[in-house]
Design a protein around this ligand. Structure first.
Ligand code: ZN
Length: 313
C-alpha cells in the first residue's frame, strides 16, 4: 500500500531532510513552539544583583535543554522582594526579541503613594499591557495579603483580565493559618485570576499548620483539611504555582498525598521552577519524573493550564 505522507525517516533522508521536518512543524495548528513544559515562574537577573546576571539568551538555552517551550518572566519591584528591584521595564526590554517564548509580566507596589486608588493603578497597568505584559507579578510586597492597596491592585488587574501571581509568606502578602486573608481577597475580587506561590501558601496544603510553618518547608506528613484544597474547590479562578523549594516540598513531603493532590487538582496547578541564576538547582524535574502522573494530569499541569491562562492557544 502506498504511503500518503512521508515518514520522519523519509524526511530526514537527503540533504534537505531536517529543514523539511522543521517546515512541517511550523505548519502545525499551534503557534507555540513544541515542548514538554511551560514554566509559570522565572526571573532574569541584572549584574548589579548579589546573584549576578541571568540574561534572556542564557534562560532560553537552559529552557532548550529541559524541553521548556515558554516561560513567564517576572519582575520584582517591592523592597521586600529581592536584593535589587527587577523592574517591569527591564523585563519588557529583555524579553522583547523573544516574545514567542518569554512571556513578560508587570508589577506595581501597592504602597506607591502616587498611584492611590484603583484608577491610577489601572492606568499604569494599561501602559504595561500595551507594551506586552500578559500578567501581574511576582507580587511580593511586605504588607498583609488583604491590604487595601493590594485589593485595589487586584481589582484593576481583574478589570484588565491580567492573571496575578502572588508570593505569600510571613513577610510578604502576610496571612494566617487557614488563609483567611486570601479568602477575603478572593471574595472581594471574584473576577480575578489568582496564582498563589511560596511558603505561606504551600504550607497550607496541610490542615496542621502553625504561623512559623508559613515561612519554612515543613517535612511532616500532610494532615487532611488543608486550606488549599478548600480554596481550590471553592474558587475555580485560583491556581497553585508549583515552583521553587516551597512548591517542590509541598509535594515531596508526603508523595502519596502529593500525587493524589496533583491528580485531584490538575485543572488548577501550574508547573514552575523559579529559575533565576545560572547553575541553579531545580528539584521539580526529578520530582515529577518519579511521580508517574497520568498523561492527562501531566498535560494540564506541565503546559495546558498555563497556555489557557496566558491565551497562548
Ligand atoms: Zn520568584
Amino acid at each position: 500500500m502506498a504511503r500518503l505522507a512521508p515518514t520522519r525517516r523519509d524526511l530526514l533522508r537527503g540533504a534537505a531532510g531536517a529543514a523539511s521536518l522543521l517546515a512541517i512543524r511550523d505548519r502545525a495548528p499551534h503557534r507555540f513552539p513544541a515542548g514538554r513544559y511551560v514554566d509559570i515562574h522565572t526571573h532574569l537577573g541584572q549584574r548589579w544583583g548579589t546573584l549576578g546576571a541571568l540574561r534572556a539568551k542564557e534562560l532560553l538555552e537552559w529552557m532548550d535543554a529541559r524541553e521548556i517551550a515558554q516561560a513567564v518572566v517576572l519582575p520584582l519591584v517591592s523592597p521586600e522582594a529581592w536584593d535589587i528591584p527587577l523592574s517591569t521595564d527591564f523585563v519588557l526590554r529583555e524579553t522583547g526579541p523573544y516574545r514567542d517564548r518569554l512571556i513578560p509580566f508587570c508589577s506595581i507596589d501597592p504602597r506607591s503613594i502616587h498611584l492611590a486608588g484603583v484608577e491610577p493603578k489601572r492606568a499604569l497597568l494599561e501602559r504595561y499591557v500595551e507594551a506586552g505584559a500578559k500578567g501581574f507579578g511576582e507580587h511580593k510586597p511586605g504588607v498583609r495579603i488583604d491590604h487595601p492597596g493590594n485589593v485595589e491592585l487586584f481589582q484593576a488587574c481583574a478589570e484588565l483580565r491580567l492573571p496575578m501571581l502572588l508570593h505569600l509568606d510571613r513577610i510578604r502578602n502576610i496571612d494566617e493559618p487557614g488563609l483567611p486573608g486570601l479568602t477575603r481577597v478572593l471574595e472581594a475580587v471574584p473576577d480575578g485570576t489568582f496564582i498563589a506561590h511560596a511558603q505561606g501558601w504551600w504550607a497550607s496544603i496541610s490542615g496542621a499548620v502553625t504561623p512559623e510553618m508559613m515561612q519554612t518547608y515543613p517535612k511532616e506528613k500532610v494532615a487532611p483539611g488543608g486550606a488549599i484544597d478548600t480554596l481550590l474547590e471553592r474558587f475555580p479562578n485560583l491556581y497553585g504555582d508549583l515552583s521553587a523549594g516551597s512548591g517542590a516540598n509541598a509535594i515531596a513531603r508526603d508523595p502519596e498525598f502529593g500525587r493524589a493532590f496533583l491528580i485531584r487538582r490538575a485543572d488548577q496547578l501550574l508547573f514552575g521552577t523559579d529559575y533565576l541564576r545560572p547553575e541553579q538547582d531545580v528539584p521539580q524535574f526529578e520530582l515529577y519524573r518519579g511521580l508517574n502522573l497520568p498523561q492527562e494530569a501531566r498535560a494540564k499541569i506541565f503546559r495546558g493550564n498555563a497556555r489557557k491562562l496566558l491565551g497562548l492557544e
